[in-house]
Write a protein that binds this ligand. Sequence first.
Ligand SMILES: O=P(O)(O)OC[C@H]1O[C@](O)(CO)[C@@H](O)[C@@H]1O
Length: 367
Amino acid sequence: MLTPPELLVGTPGRYAREVFHQRHPTLIDRVAAAHPYTTAQRAALGALLDESLTGEIRPLPGDAPDLADWAAWDRGQVGRPWADAPFLWAESYFYRRILDAVDYFRPGPWHGVDPFRPMKDAELADPSLDSDFGWVASLGRERDEADLATVVRAAVFGNRADISFRLQEPAGDAPTDELLVDDTAWLRAALSEPGPVCLIADNGGREVMADLVLANWLLDTGLATRVTLHVKPAPYYVSDATASDVDAACARLGRPLDARVAVRTHSFWCAPLAFGDLPADLRADLAGHRLVVAKGDLNYRRLVGDRDWDPTTPVRAAATDLGVPVVALRTCKSEVVVGLDAATVARLDAAEPRWRVSGRHGMAQAR
Ligand SMILES: O=P(O)(O)OC[C@H]1O[C@](O)(CO)[C@@H](O)[C@@H]1O
């Protein structure tokens, strides 16, 4: 089978171009308004936006602490037009450059100040979270299949909540109940012998709250012996969870982090690369688990490759073999999807032109 080409930022009519040209201007406005930034910081944010819309990719400053990482991850992109860059590469670099524009890594008053913090805090302050998570109190400690289906679905549709996504897609469209692929039974079978579970988190707030409910339920029922929760080392894609976002989510749920949950991070989680480029130490870490749960749309793109896949491509032909069973829990928020049958694709294409990107549809897809 021929591997399809990578998705590129500048291709007319494709989603990647929409993200850069429609979502990013709104995002930059929101970031500029989020904190009392200096004139220089606001100018840097504006310059980054202009550069990404029409210019060539400029390097990080010479004093960036992660210069060596980015030299290794460069893949010949710096210096080329943004429009020609792979979508996956360019989005990660765009978020890294936002951190540069707001002096996130520079010694001084803005060092370590999360540019997305006010947006994240607003999400956690939403009173609807109380009723939305009310059902958690009724979860039992038995290995009940209906409870498993509930916690898996909550983790899937929690992924719809990410803030960068809501900057563009209309909020009104309710998610469907349908999972386009539902490998919940496969997930259960993968844990027929209990073992350690690795959960690669995506967004904080509502999504990581749902992930913690899933993790707690797996631990409470004894299906998981321990859980490793991988989060981002720095602010990324607006609402991606960092370690402090996990603390905030635990507080919001009113349940402290279980002693059997270890929160970990790795620089690779903010790298512009797919899972095929996982470094050896991280690959070994993941392989030490009985099951890996990869949350969210971006991790899905990284798992199968951010390419122009025919959606009927078998998942095993696309997804990276991590040497351990993997299940991806995501809502569809980008053009990348594999493992569907032709009838489903035809039905969705006819009914909903934006089904791949609208976030209405979810998948629990195993490799
Ligand atoms: O938070 P998630 O589920 O990884 O989604 C991030 C998504 O946002 C987008 O980057 C668009 O901003 C999608 O293309 C991307 O996959």
